[in-house]
Design a binder for this molecule. Structure first.
Ligand code: HEC
Length: 174
């Protein structure tokens, strides 16, 4: 009887200690500031909703690309340690297909959203809106979608029609 009680006592003690450890957690991490939340919590939609003020063209974009993107994405976006962004060697219907921005992405506005949110890989959020517009223009020129002097801003970007615009099935159509 004594042994059984002792066993139960030890059993509950261990479990109690365990429960407390789980509740306390490892004390890692820190609260996220509003500045950081605002940097992540902003979306750009295909119709241009969410695009900020600012503008850029491919000439300026090319310069920024050489300094901040080329090391991973290669000369003229043809790929390196990271994805190729332009210059597909195969069509989407080939096996295997070669998916780049120009032949695959359905909306031009996603280029702006993606770069502003997550590039350059090690310092996301470091580019200002003019720089992101300029890079977007450069990538569109590399993909042969706009002319090299076209200004990209919140009005012109949603008007850019991507070649694969109708290549996706919208499963959420009402
Ligand atoms: C240190 C390496 C590195 C640098 C520098 C870098 N990128 Fe990237 N980039 C990546 C990686 C890795 C991915 C893939 C990330 C993923 O799929 O989540 C990527 C993905 C992308 C994509 C999406 C490609 C796709 O088809 O999905 C775009 C667009 C892009 N980068 C643009 C840029 C631009 C513009 C710059 C310069 C401002 C830049 N990147 C700098 C590593 C880099």
């Amino acid at each position: 009887m004594f042994m059984r009680s002792l066993f139960l006592l030890i059993f509950f003690m261990i479990n109690d200690v365990h429960a407390e450890t789980v509740l306390q957690g490892p004390n890692l991490g820190k609260s996220v500031s509003n500045v950081v939340i605002n940097r992540w919590n902003r979306d750009v939609f295909p119709n241009g909703e969410g695009l900020p003020e600012g503008a850029g063209n491919a000439k300026k974009g090319a310069k920024i690309y050489q300094q901040q993107c080329l090391s991973c994405h290669g000369v003229a976006g043809t790929g390196g340690s990271a994805d190729e962004l332009a210059g597909a060697q195969h069509a989407l219907t080939d096996d295997p297909p070669d998916k780049v921005i120009g032949n695959y992405w359905p909306y031009a506005t996603t280029i702006f959203d993606f770069i502003r949110r997550s590039m350059p890989l090690h310092t996301p959020g470091s580019l200002n809106n003019d720089e992101v517009y300029a890079l977007t223009a450069y990538l569109l020129v590399l993909n042969g979608i706009i002319g090299k002097d076209q200004i990209i801003n919140k009005t012109t970007l949603p008007q850019v029609e991507m070649p694969n615009r109708t290549g996706f099935i919208n499963a959420f159509k009402d």
